[in-house]
Every structure is written in structure tokens, then in C-alpha cells.
Design a protein around this ligand. Sequence first.
Ligand SMILES: Cc1cc2nc3c(=O)[nH]c(=O)nc-3n(C[C@H](O)[C@H](O)[C@H](O)COP(=O)(O)O)c2cc1C
Length: 176
Amino acid sequence: MNMNIDFLKLAAERYSVRSFTTQPLAQETIDLILKAGHLAPTGCNLQPQRLLVINNEEAVAKLRKCTKCHFNAPTAILICYNKAECWVRKYDGKTCGEIDASIVTTHMMLEATALGVGTTWVMHFDPAAIKTEFHIPDKIEPVALLVMGYPASDAKPFAGHSEFRPLEELVMYNTF
Ligand SMILES: Cc1cc2nc3c(=O)[nH]c(=O)nc-3n(C[C@H](O)[C@H](O)[C@H](O)COP(=O)(O)O)c2cc1C
């Protein structure tokens, strides 16, 4: 399978955008980003992800009460999973909802980059507040907030974006 996609270039171009224009995302753009989340692999293909698009004035105002990391983005997607629908590993009871939701988030983050849309993955939100504000049922667990929009002219990577620990420190071959 050679699809001629320069994935490493896309991955290297992505950075956390924390300054946005007020330009809203077109519905077609949101749809493409959601499609990337739809295509993501999940444990046993159970697809427990639930995606809350936050893009009207009232919802954005609610979100701003739940996190300081909204960066005045015009749109955000809250990636959740349904706790009742996750695959569970029988050996230790570990469930893969957080993992599934993280893969979905990563897919959407990279599709956004490919479309010229900036994102920041945000974990720093108040989960209780977000559940209350958006009437999220108990069985639905929020994992990640992807704030997004078009990068403002002053948007730039934070210091540290290009600092990587040496690969040799992170990778082992054949035994830990
Ligand atoms: C799981 C996760 C949680 C994160 N939570 C936050 C957050 O709450 N607020 C924030 O500003 N950035 C957050 N980030 C962004 C990271 O700080 C950022 O990805 C990292 O510093 C590398 O920078 P880069 O994305 O520009 O390459 C998060 C990233 C990940 C993967």
C-alpha cells in the first residue's frame, strides 16, 4: 500500500496552537475532522467514542467556565467514551476507553493539521464542571478536549515543542 502521504512531514508540522482567529470552521471542515475520528481503530472495534462538538456561542461560553485552556478558540471537540461499551482485558480488567478516545483524538488532531486548522489537546479541564454544563450522562467519560480554529498571525510553537529526548533513551530492542 503506497498512498504517497508524507506522514512524518505532517506530524513534524503540527504543534499546539494557542492563538486563534475568530474565523469559524465551515461545517465541511468539521465533518472531515469528525470523519478522521470515525476512521480511528478502537479495541475490538467497539467504537465507544462520543464526540461533542462545541461551536455555538452559548456552548463556547459554557466551555470557558470549565477550562482556562480554551485559548479563545471558536470551536472545540470534547472526546469522550461510553464506559459501557469498552473492550476489557480479562487478565487484569483493564479497559481501553481512554486509549480508544486518545487514538480518536490523535486522528482528528492530525486531520485538522492537514486542513490548516490549528489545535491544542487539552486535559486541563474540570471534569465535574464539564459534565454538568453539557449534561453528560454518568456512563460517558470525557477524556480530551481538542480546541481548534485557524491559527492567528502571532501563533507559534511554545518553547519546548522541538525538544525531543534522544530516541535511544526511549527505545529498547529485544529486552527492556
Ligand atoms: C494528553 C495531553 C494533554 C495535554 N493537555 C494540555 C492542556 O491541558 N493544556 C495545554 O495548553 N496543552 C496541553 N497539551 C499540549 C502539550 O503541552 C503539547 O502537546 C506538548 O507540550 C508538545 O508541544 P506541541 O504540541 O507544540 O508539539 C496536552 C497534550 C497531550 C498529549
